[in-house]
Ligand binder design. Structure first.
Ligand code: SF4
Length: 261
């Protein structure tokens, strides 16, 4: 059992397969500099046809990106990590977005056997009792499915923003992602919260109804709560843990020695 749920870096690192791709990052960053989000994503999809994918968590950032992709029919696939612990409101937002934009968003599930073995070992809410348990849960329900989904892709779009945290303050619009051997593109990296809300209002973009109830950064239901005005946007995630341990391992920052972004 332990060989399945034990965290092993060599199991989550995908071998480098895209010869020459790494060298394209700086050129791509230059080409997309100053472009609007629609133009930047169109250019990216044209440069790597059929090889660009977008992981959405239905955050306000991700809904802006979804709108940009879907309203212009940009050929980029959309998927989300269905951890089995999502809020019903997130699933409602999946359907609302699919109906609004006429797209299908792939729900990527963890391996059932791994989840069963994890729960058998740690209990149904075992992630509450130790940071190691929580990281094992995030590894099985999020990190490994993400790695499987990104295998073979050349471009990965995410909604990271510099405003999110000190750790994300140097997030680039386009950067090499060593762990997945692809170009990671963060098209709203330099957007402010005001920029996002203005775009959402102007384009009538559907948003997760939990935002109106004080939820800002939204992950799995048992690990997310609403925050108070003035609290850090990620204060509602894994609130029982120390600040420096509060990442799930999906976004690692190459500028910080591979630590969480
Ligand atoms: Fe598990 Fe919580 Fe991580 Fe979701 S956020 S994968 S429930 S530990």
């Amino acid at each position: 059992m332990d060989n399945i749920i034990q965290l092993k870096q060599d199991q989550i690192t995908i071998p480098y397969q895209n010869g020459g791709l790494k060298e394209l990052v700086s050129a791509l960053a230059e080409q997309t500099e100053g472009l609007g989000i629609d133009e930047a994503l169109t250019l990216l999809a044209a440069r790597f046809p059929g090889q660009v994918t977008f992981s959405t968590s239905f955050s306000i950032e991700d809904q802006v990106i979804t709108h940009a992709i879907a309203s212009r029919d940009i050929p980029i696939t959309l998927f989300t990590l269905d951890t089995g612990r999502l809020f019903p409101e997130v699933l409602e937002t999946v359907e609302l977005s699919e109906l609004r934009y006429g797209v299908r968003i792939r729900l990527v599930a963890p391996e059932a056997a791994e989840v069963e073995q994890l729960v058998a070992r740690d209990g149904v809410y075992g992630f509450r009792h130790a940071v190691e348990n929580r990281k094992a849960c995030c590894e099985i329900r999020k990190v490994r499915p993400l790695n499987r989904e990104l295998k073979g892709a050349q471009g990965w779009i995410s909604g990271l923003r510099r405003e999110h945290s000190d750790e994300r303050a140097d997030v680039k619009l386009a950067a090499w992602d060593e762990a997945h051997a692809l170009i990671k593109v963060n098209p709203v990296a330099d957007w402010s919260t005001q920029d996002l809300t203005a775009y959402i209002a102007a384009n009538n973009v559907p948003v997760n109804p939990l935002h109106a109830r004080g939820f800002v950064s939204i992950g799995c239901a048992p690990c997310t709560r609403a925050i108070q005005p003035g609290e850090h946007p990620r204060a509602g995630r894994w609130w029982w843990e120390n600040e420096e341990k509060k990442e799930c391992g999906l976004h690692m920052n190459p500028n910080r020695g591979g630590k969480a972004a």
